[in-house]
Design a protein around this ligand. Structure first.
Ligand code: NA7
Length: 544
């Protein structure tokens, strides 16, 4: 970075034009009246939903909850087509929001932020992009997404592969033609589980390479009607209020009964009903203890295993699909449409790469320890360098030139998962250490954006120049995040929540598992106490 100060100056720079960056821009520009610019790598809005165009890509939150709540008219005028919105529909929704609030005017597309350095001499962030932009901004705000840094595993030989290959998170806009082709999908997380049934229906042959069998619950799109989606609008005030003050960003309510306090028949009936209803409700509304008590969890896990055995015709395939090495819900719960049924198709094979790992990508396919597979297309549904990957791709430096990626070498650290100590006036929307991915995303994003916006307004009113998390407050928060996670079953799975999918990444549980409701309360208390835990410095030196 140069030291020239004659460059454009803005009140705020925001990185990313997904749900988070778009709403942040609206707050900064239209509510606070500040100058702000969003830098976005894609050529339009959408974030995750701009990049994830793989077949079957869909949201796992119910459509009427997967939207902004900040504008009543917006909520009333948009009508979803079904229970879970498909990627193109969410993109249309976000495009509609961008039009409605004239957001594109404040977004610079096809521009990646490469560096953000805090200039202590100016009390400003100096931001550089890959398009040669250099701007100064009082506030540096990230809306980079929790799962945006795609991860293609380093498998020997990929450079020699003569077929076509794609990562689900960087899918070609023109689509991929699978007709008549032999396709391999590596990975059976949310992306793989959504893509596999659709690819199977289009390809000549599909081979699925599975490392860890997962628990997946049917989505059941048919259980929501157009009438319901219209009716729900009349109750939006109440629904959004419940959502805001819920643990998981849904209005479903928390179950009170324990899975261990009912007899086998009643428990089975409750699971059956939730299985028929489909989706996250199976995890969230059946029993109070399946996420915290291993014995309770085992009852849900065994129920799902029984469903897998019932569904799969071939017992060997069923055996390979049975998840046994982690509790249900300890990895991200999956929601599917015809996932298990797909393995009954003649053109689909399942290969267990836990026992026979992939050794090499060859010119014509891939080789596992047990044999060769000829493939015309390889789909990497291999996930993301979650929570921290997108930050580490930017050269972010705070006070004394400290690099964020060095500060986070042993795991991410930030007060409230929002503000890293030593990085004044930096805010991370749904950053590591906040509820983020453990909640339905729009409410958790709105909570953060509104907190940041209120904080910035407060700073203006009180003539504060910088806000910086105090190291003690950060330490306490990080300890609290770790303590909260240790009381759950999340620690028992090798998940991306823990960074376990990335070789060499420190094993630290990154989201805050205490719930959006509890988190919101803490943030509100902190704000009411004059932003306790932050050192606030005035614009003018205070004379003694
Ligand atoms: P996920 O959930 O991280 O799933 C990635 C899948 O790829 C999972 O089955 C992994 O197996 C597998 N994987 C990852 N690396 C490898 C290697 N090196 N070899 C073989 N298999 C591998 O990513 P998704 O894109 O599906 O979902 C991300 C989030 O999007 C999801 O959680 C939702 O929040 C939406 P593993 O289980 O690690 O053994």
């Amino acid at each position: 970075m140069t030291t020239d100060t004659s460059r454009e100056e803005l009140d705020a720079v925001v990185v990313g034009a997904g749900f988070a960056g778009m709403y942040m821009l609206y707050q900064l520009r239209d509510v606070l009246g500040l100058s702000a610019r969003v830098f976005e790598a894609g050529d339009d809005v959408g974030g995750t939903w701009y990049w994830n165009r793989y077949p079957g890509a869909r949201c796992d939150s119910e459509s009427y909850l997967y939207c902004y709540s900040f504008d009543k008219d917006l909520a009333q005028e948009w009508t979803w087509s079904g229970k879970y919105p498909e990627q193109p529909e969410i993109l249309r929704y976000l495009s509609h929001v961008a039009d409605r609030f004239d957001l594109r005017r404040g977004i610079q597309f096809e521009t990646r932020v490469t560096a953000a350095h805090f200039r202590e001499d100016l009390n400003r962030w100096e931001i550089e992009t890959d398009q040669g932009d250099r701007v100064l901004a009082r506030y540096f705000i990230t809306g980079v997404g929790c799962i945006s840094a795609g991860q293609v595993p380093e498998i020997q030989g990929l450079e020699n592969y003569e077929g076509e290959w794609h990562h689900t998170g960087a899918w070609p806009h023109e689509g991929v033609d699978f007709a008549g082709k032999r396709v391999g999908v590596i990975g059976t997380g949310s992306s793989g589980v959504q893509a596999i049934p659709v690819i199977a229906s289009q390809a000549d042959h599909l081979t699925v390479f599975q490392r860890t069998p997962q628990y997946t619950v049917p989505a059941r799109h048919g259980t929501v009607t157009p009438e319901f989606l219209e009716e729900v609008k009349e109750q939006y005030d109440e629904i959004f209020e419940k959502t805001r003050f819920s643990a998981g960003g849904t209005p479903y309510g928390e179950p009170e009964r324990s899975a261990l306090d009912v007899d086998d028949e009643e428990r089975r009936d409750i699971y059956e009903a939730a299985w028929e209803e489909g989706g996250f409700r199976f995890l969230l509304t059946t029993f109070s203890d399946i996420r915290v008590d291993r014995r309770a969890n085992d009852t849900a896990a065994e129920f799902i295993r029984s469903k897998i055995r019932e569904t799969i015709d071939d017992p060997d395939t069923a055996e390979k699909l049975l998840p046994r090495d982690h509790p249900f819900g300890s990895k991200r719960t999956l929601i599917d449409t015809n996932y298990y049924e797909t393995y009954n198709r003649d053109n689909v094979d399942l290969v267990d790469i836990r026992h026979a790992p992939i050794e090499e990508i060859t010119a014509n396919g891939l080789r596992t320890r047990d044999g060769d597979y000829e493939l015309d297309v390889i789909v990497f549904a291999t996930g993301y360098d979650g929570m921290t990957g997108a930050f580490n791709r930017i050269d972010i430096r705070g006070r004394d030139g400290e690099r964020l990626r060095e500060k986070w070498a042993e795991g991410p650290r930030a007060y409230l998962g929002l503000s890293p100590a030593g990085f004044p006036n930096m805010f991370m929307i749904t950053g590591p250490g906040s509820p983020s991915v453990l909640s339905n995303m729009p409410p958790t994003i709105e909570q953060h954006v509104e907190y940041i916006s209120d904080f910035i307004a407060y700073m203006g009113e009180h003539n504060f120049e910088t806000a910086e998390a105090e190291a003690d407050a950060e330490d306490e928060w990080v300890a609290h995040v770790n303590q909260t996670a240790s009381e759950t079953l999340y620690m028992l799975a090798d998940s991306w929540y823990l960074g376990a999918n990335i070789p060499g990444k420190p094993r630290v549980f990154m989201p805050y598992a205490g719930g959006l409701d509890v988190y919101r309360e803490k943030c509100d208390e902190i704000a009411a106490a004059g932003y306790e835990g932050y050192a606030l410095h005035s614009r003018e030196p205070i004379e003694a």
